[in-house]
Design a protein around this ligand. Structure first.
Ligand code: FES
Length: 274
């Protein structure tokens, strides 16, 4: 069992949890994920690692309540325990010193997994800029933490209540327009956001990495549930990813696979609520 050491509601329906998982923390690297199961009947939930501390053995996860399983997870409190917590899974982000600025783009709770990447890129000697997007200023998360590991932060909100009014792509365009020499962009967030960032950077030839979080079952390359088309190849996000070249990902196919179980998920959520 894996104990919840700390729980915090970052914004309505968005929770941060520190989990006591020393063996996972010892090996965790930026860009990797875990798969957890609340109890024997629980669905497997894949979550990209938002932070890790090898010394204390803590793994931090950030999730939004969107269905039955995340609702059950959110109902747990400090001192409670999770049945399964498997990881670190997937390939780590490629961290190196780039000839140019490294930009991380996080949309919504996608800001959380950009944090360890930004930190590792900074530690590797890069100039790092974070673009953080949210619908409104009240649901912007982890701004303080991101400030500590980056050189600059650009905030965008859909309603203009903070920073640039509009989508994260507006901030990407601002960096391009001011002549920032961008070596790489890593975008994490809703699929449509990652697609938009990849579309926006294509014409400038900026290498764009996206972190995919498709439906996953085993998380070890056995079930095929997480398959995505990248270029002309079928890849498994759990073992070949989760990060891929955003200019090669078939986002249309990915979005349609994500919609496949929507009715069943709604039914199950309804069941749990009752
Ligand atoms: Fe089963 Fe990736 S989750 S192959």
């Amino acid at each position: 069992m894996f104990k919840i050491l700390k729980k915090e509601e970052l914004s309505p329906n968005v929770f941060s949890m520190d989990i006591d998982a020393p063996r996972v923390a010892r090996k965790a690297q930026a860009g990797q994920f875990i798969v957890l199961r609340v109890d024997e009947k629980g669905e497997r939930i894949p979550l990209t690692i938002a932070n890790f501390d090898r010394q204390t053995g803590r793994i931090n996860i950030v999730f939004q309540v969107i269905g039955a399983s995340t609702m059950e997870l959110a109902a747990l409190n400090e001192g409670d325990a999770i049945l399964d917590f498997v990881g670190p899974l997937g390939r780590p982000s490629e961290i190196q010193k780039f000839d140019g600025t490294v930009v991380v783009v996080g949309g919504g709770i996608g800001v959380a997994p950009t944090f360890p990447i930004a930190r590792a890129m900074k530690e590797a000697g890069n100039k790092v800029i974070a673009i953080m997007g949210a619908k409104t200023k009240d649901i912007l998360i982890m701004e303080k933490e991101m400030k500590e590991v980056t050189d600059e932060i650009l905030v965008t909100t859909d309603d203009g209540s903070r920073g640039i009014k509009g989508f994260v792509t507006y901030a990407v365009q601002e960096l391009v327009d001011r002549g920032e020499k961008i070596a790489q962009i890593t975008a994490i967030g809703p699929v449509i956001m990652m697609k938009s960032v990849a579309d926006a950077t294509r014409e400038y030839g900026i290498h764009t990495v996206v972190s995919l979080n498709p439906i996953m079952v085993d998380g070890t390359g056995m079930c095929g549930g997480c398959r995505v088309t990248v270029g002309d190849e079928t890849k498994f996000a759990c073992v070949d990813g989760p990060e891929f070249d955003g200019h090669l990902v078939d986002f249309r196919g990915l979005m349609s696979r994500q919609r496949m179980y929507r009715d069943m998920e709604a039914e199950e959520k309804d069941h749990v609520c009752r």
